[in-house]
Design a protein around this ligand. Sequence first.
Ligand code: GLV
Length: 379
Amino acid sequence: MTPMTCIEDLRAVARRKVPRAFFEYAEGGAYAEETLRANRADLARIKLRQRVLVDVGDRSAKTSILGEPATLPLALAPIGLCGMQHGDGEILACRAAQAAGIPFTLSTMSICSIEDVAGAVDKPFWFQLYVMKDRGFIRALIERAKAAKCSALVLTVDLQVLGQRHRDIKNGMTVPPQVRLSNLIDIATKPAWALSVLRGKRKTFGNIAGHIKGMENVNSLSQWISGQFDPALNWKDVEWVAGLWGGKLIIKGILDVEDARTAAKTGAAALVVSNHGGRQLDGAPSSISMLPKIADALGTDIEIMFDGGVRSGQDLFRALALGAHACLSGRAYIYGLGAAGGTGVARAIEIIKNELDVTMALTGVKSVAKIGRQNIAAI
Ligand code: GLV
């Protein structure tokens, strides 16, 4: 087998192995995908400052995230339907993240439930929360995350209304996959995927199935969201969630300085500068273009995390240089999962870690805490 040298290699394999509807669900963005492309393009525009003859013999990417040690400033982002990229995908990805010494985030819209993952791993993970209209269900979900000893709650605030993803509609993306000829032919050509999903613990939304009345047969994400998610969500609800949770809270989906200032006042431990990977407001600026403005406005008031287009250690370095304390990455590990299950996730993390290490060496930086704007040659 050709060695997997970069995330793009994992992506190419995942594209062959995962049914089109699920591959494109993870890959795609909202509407014309302008923001999706801007995330990657704006990262690539940032040029790093090469330094030579600096003693970097003793360098390390170790850091702490929310006060916990981490081997590198990276966490696996919450990904809906992760277990449809590979059977038991959430468990495999969580194990790979924990073995690598970084946090894993389980999505509300995951296939394996909170309890499935908690029962299969031996360290705490983060749980991502979407607030739905049924507050009794949300209260119960928070209680379940507490009972599972999740170490942080990641409250996503930029998806109360879904940005339309044309590809999902065209592909008839549902869970389990819609029975139509094109999907059946596609799945028939992906036997390893089919076997892994058949063997997996669940075939539907594990956190939700059987927990919300009247939604037993709803299998499309857009139906779920339009029927259940609460568009009236506001800052008062953040207080309510924070009060119920009582632990470390991360507010994910901040792309505006004013919103960032408000988020910092909530007492949350961290915020994630994010446009949901270009999957929500198409036409929004890239995440990386907003990061320095938000970092400048907030200073050290709150831990600043970043996501949006991170596919390499160089991208991770760029985000740290512009003010992020750590990054979340979704698609990079999803490609690894689709390509080779848990081994693929481990490989994705290793690739990014090695790239970060070499980037630190070639920019003359010995510790991630020292990465800053001085390491940027041009934006
Ligand atoms: C869910 O979080 C999605 O972006 O599809």
